[in-house]
Design a protein. Sequence first.
Length: 254
Amino acid sequence: MNISGNTVFIPGSTSGIGLALALELQARGNTVIVGGRRTDLLKEIAAEHPGIDTVTIDTADPASIASAAREVLARHPDLNVLVTMAGIMRVEDWHQPETFLGSAEAVVNTNVLGPIRLIAAFIEHLRAQPDATIMTVSSGLAFAPLKVTPSYNASKAAIHMLSESIRLQLADTTVKVVELEPPAVRTSLLPGQENSEFAVPLDEFVAEVVGLLEAQPEAKEIQVERVKFLRYGEARGDYDQVVETLNAADPHGK
């Protein structure tokens, strides 16, 4: 993925990693469209950051995705980058189904079906561009589980394999598939995570991501240093130790 000169749509970017990445990409000379559910936040972003466009979208709602896609493409017919950022993370206790089933269904709907529907809504347009990118967003937890977030872990593992698979299918097109694999980052994804010493500071994470995109424009996976501990535990042969360390160190892993 080229680091500048793109038109980028990032659904799920009214806060956290999504917003920080949107602002950094705009600073690097890209046209950026921020998508989210909360119109009040979208208005604030548009007012505080001139040049950023905003679109209301709920990636858990197929009709909302279809409507937003029409709006984005009407205003930005040169769109060539889609970042499937939107996601949720829920703590679950799987001892009793009444305590986790609704949460698990919501996580899968947002984190797995959301990206699938987004890609379906934009793929024909992206294929028509001379150079296009789909950036999926998995997690270090796709490769080593945090025990209190089973559905989230599974959803991100699904995104990893989805990315691997569609990259193969789209190899005969102009569309590249890049997988962003964050570690824990200081955002509000879980309560208290924004202050966690275990998590990477947001600015530090996004700066490293953009640096990797610039240095490795042909990269298939974007991995900051802190995620490699989780990503390669099985390959190194210390997977059990990685899982033990992850669940001992993270405040939500008790």
